[in-house]
Design a protein around this ligand. Structure first.
Ligand code: AHR
Length: 506
């Protein structure tokens, strides 16, 4: 065990824990919607075909917002195809995922599902093949009480009350050459500003998200944000960031340090947004919607879409099977999002069910079982217990070398403090591949505390994966080494591990 020290003080407030940090994403992609959240033949399905067992798992995961309907899918989507009687809806080619979209689920079904799942919708509009007209039409359909063509159609389709959707994404990853209707930053900035302006004429108090970069590795990163925000600054509230991580070429050390990339990505977008603010003499600040983040083995076969004449409905795509190390990285990425809570105002784990997801389902006609991936656990525990204010922590940790990020600290951590209840929660990862850490956690600034719960997620084999047959052999375990004396906690943190230590007033 190498010693590592963390000091936490109630004075070091970054900002509030934002419920929207624990958002997720449902795209019409693979089996996320069809045979994922929606499977009419399933034993737990309701009258509209939504699986209750999936909703129960989503509630246990603690998801707060759900981005919909894409993703790359949205850039070729006609939302009007998926309203009204299901038997009249056309099937369409989905160019993004080389699939057939049956349009059985559309905005009305999704909104009914959001209510059941108790999540806030975050709706994305198509700025790939469409534009301002479509943006205001779908907004009118969703948010106007009645008395117009689109709002009356919604009422005819069964939704008497308007949905009053607040958060809207102005397109998806428009910087990506793979995107249907891909645009330059200038082209996108113009159309996003025009769409936003028109949408605000309908509903002035919307929260609008402009597309930022699809990753920090994009050649256009930085310039894209500067150009897009220069065009849209007064019209939007947030700019998106997307990032996926994977262990490449057996380089576990770099993979475990993925939050270094996320930290830098966030810091760079904040700097760029603030530079545009200064240059334009704006008053408000633009914050970040990190509305796609996760581990994704995008280079492996399960991510490859069909080709040629094969245009299947809901094929199994992007069904990555996560290991323990992946879960440690997911937990660490949440630590990064939390410590930036002053500027990251929303985030979406991409995605929610079956597609690079914490929740997996078998189709009803193939057994219909549901199971949890390893990544479910750190997300669920963080979403449930991070409360109050996020506190910046001082970390004194052994370091090691990584190929991608140079010298990194083995220990990463963040804390939350609920001033009302007095609860303190520390989330920590040991990113070393082989070295345990002896944690010393200085909490003397909080007065008398006791340890309420300490759990660690790790395994002798960090490559252990859950499956439909076994998703319980490796679960977060009580960390019996955690004890507190005179305001200082000591605990052992094994290599490749994620931990949560909860404390309350003694
Ligand atoms: O989440 C999977 C895909 O990743 C999304 O459709 C797209 O926005 C991103 O490239």
């Amino acid at each position: 065990m190498l010693p590592a020290k963390v000091t936490v003080d109630p004075a070091f407030v970054v900002g509030p824990v934002r419920p929207r940090t624990f958002g997720s994403f449902v795209e019409h992609l693979g089996r996320c919607v069809y045979t994922g959240i929606h499977d009419p033949g399933h034993a737990t399905a309701d009258a509209t075909g939504f699986r209750q067992d999936v909703i129960d798992a989503i509630k246990e995961l603690g998801v707060t917002t759900v981005r919909y309907p894409g993703g790359n899918f949205v850039s070729g989507y006609n939302w009007e195809d998926a309203i009204g009687p299901v038997e009249d809806r056309p099937a369409r080619l989905d160019l993004a995922w080389h699939s057939t979209e049956p349009n059985t689920v559309g905005v009305d079904e999704f909104m009914a599902w959001c209510q059941k799942a108790d999540v806030e919708p975050m709706m994305a509009i198509n700025l790939g093949t469409r534009g301002v007209r479509e943006a205001i039409d779908i907004l009118e359909y969703c948010n106007i009480p009645g008395g117009t063509e689109w709002s009356d159609k919604r009422r005819t389709n069964g939704a008497e009350d308007p949905y009053r959707i607040k958060m809207w994404c102005l397109g998806n990853e428009m910087d990506g050459p793979w995107q249907t209707g891909h645009k330059t930053a200038e082209e996108y900035g113009r159309i996003a500003a025009e769409a936003a302006r028109a949408m605000r004429q309908v509903n002035p108090d919307l929260e609008l998200v402009a597309c930022g970069s699809s990753s920090r590795q994009m050649d256009t990163f930085g310039d894209w944000e500067r150009t897009v925000l220069t065009e849209t600054y007064e019209q939007v509230d947030l700019i998106s960031a997307h990032a996926y991580y994977a262990e490449m070429d057996g380089d576990l050390a770099s993979f475990l340090a993925s939050s270094e990339n996320m930290d830098r990505f966030i810091d760079d977008v904040v700097s760029t947004a603030d530079a545009v603010r200064a240059a334009g003499n704006h008053t408000k600040r633009i914050n970040i919607s990190f509305d796609e983040w996760n581990v994704w083995y995008a280079h492996l076969t399960p991510s490859a879409p069909p080709t040629g004449d094969d245009w299947p409905v809901a094929p199994a795509l992007l069904e990555d099977n996560y290991n323990v190390a992946d879960a440690v990285v997911v937990g660490n990425l949440l630590i990064s999002l939390l410590r930036h809570t002053d500027r990251v105002h929303a985030a979406s784990l991409a995605q929610l069910v079956n597609v690079i997801a914490p929740i997996m389902t078998e189709p009803a006609d193939q057994g219909g079982r549901i199971w949890k991936q390893t990544t479910f656990h750190p997300f669920a525990l963080t979403a449930r217990h991070a409360k109050g204010q996020v506190l910046r922590v001082a970390i004194d940790s052994p370091t090691h070398e990584t190929q991608q990020f140079g010298t990194v600290k083995a220990l990463d951590a963040v804390a939350t403090f609920d001033a009302e209840t007095g609860d303190v929660v520390v989330f920590a990862t040991n990113r070393s591949t082989d070295q345990g850490l002896g944690l010393e956690l200085d909490l003397r600034g909080f007065g008398d505390l006791k340890v309420v719960e300490a759990v660690t997620y790790s395994n002798d084999d960090p490559y252990w994966k859950a499956s439909v047959e076994d998703d319980t052999t490796v679960l977060p375990q009580v960390n019996a080494s955690a004890t507190i004396t005179d305001g200082t906690v000591t605990a052992d943190l094994p290599a490749v591990s994620w931990s949560m230590i909860r404390l309350a007033r003694a």
